[in-house]
Design a protein around this ligand. Sequence first.
Ligand code: NAI
Length: 262
Amino acid sequence: MYPELKDKVVIITGASTGLGKAMAIRFGKEKSKIVINYFKKDDPAVEGIIQQINELGGDAIAVQGDVTKEQDVKKLVQEAVSKFGRLDVMINNAGMENEVPSEDLTLDDWNKVIATNLTGAFLGCREAIDYMIANDIKGSVINMSSVHEMIPWPHFVHYAASKGGIKLMSETLALEFAPKGIRVNSIGPGAIDTPINAEKFADPKLKAGVEELIPMGYIGKPEQIAAAAAWLASDEASYVTGITLFADGGMTKYPGFQAGRG
Ligand code: NAI
C-alpha cells in the first residue's frame, strides 16, 4: 500500500470489467478518488464497483464514454476536475481484440482496434498531460500495453500494431514531458484471466496451450496487474518514466529456452 495515493484523483478507462475494474478496486483500497470510465451504456456492473470502493474508504464516480471520441475523453478530465478538483493519475486501459487472419482483416476491423487501443490512449494522454501542465501537477500517466508490444501475434496484426504503437507513444511522451515532472509509463500484461480471454480460457486445450508459454506456469490474476499500476502511480516509482513494466510470468523471456528445451 502507498499512503501518498490517498485522495489522489485517478481516471481509469474501460474500468467496469477485467483489469480496469481490478485497478479501480486497488485504488479504492489506496483510498484514492476514482473516475470509472465505462463504455456500455447502463452497464449494471458500475454501481457495485462504486459501492465496493466506498466501502474500502475511497471515492468514485462513473462516467460513460467512448475513448475513440475526443469529446468523451475531454469529458473524463472535466468530470474528474469538477467532482474531485484535480487529476493526478491517468490510466488508459480500454482496449479490444479480435482474431482474424491478416489477409481477411477488413479496414473496419483494423480501424476499430487502432482507434480504441491506440488513438483512445493518445487522447487520454493528451488531455491528461494538457491539464497537468496547465495546473503544474507532476502526474503519472499509465498506458495499458501488452506483451504484444514486443511479441508478434499472427491473426492479431491490428492488436499487435496498436500495442507496438503504445510503446513508442509512451516513450516519446515520457521524453517530451520529463522536464515537467510528468511520468509516462506502460504496463505489459501477459495472459491474464479477464473477459477478453474468457472464450479462450473456457477451452481447456487452448488454456493449456497458453500456460505453456508462461515460464511461471499459470495465467495471471487482474490484481497482479493492478499492483503494477499502483506502484507506477506511487512515489516509489518517482524516478521511473518511459518503461514498459511487463507483468507476464516471464512470457517475454523466450519460454522455449527454459532448461532442457533450448
Ligand atoms: P476487458 O475486455 O475486460 O476490458 C476492456 C475494457 O475496455 C472493457 O470494459 C470495454 O468495455 C472497454 N472498452 C472497449 N472499447 C472501448 C471504448 N471505445 N471506450 C471505452 N471503453 C472501451 O479485457 P481486459 O483484459 O481487462 O483488457 C484491458 C486492457 O488490458 C486492454 O487494453 C487489453 O488490450 C490489455 N491487455 C489484457 C491482457 C489480458 O490477458 N487480459 C493482456 C495484455 C493486455
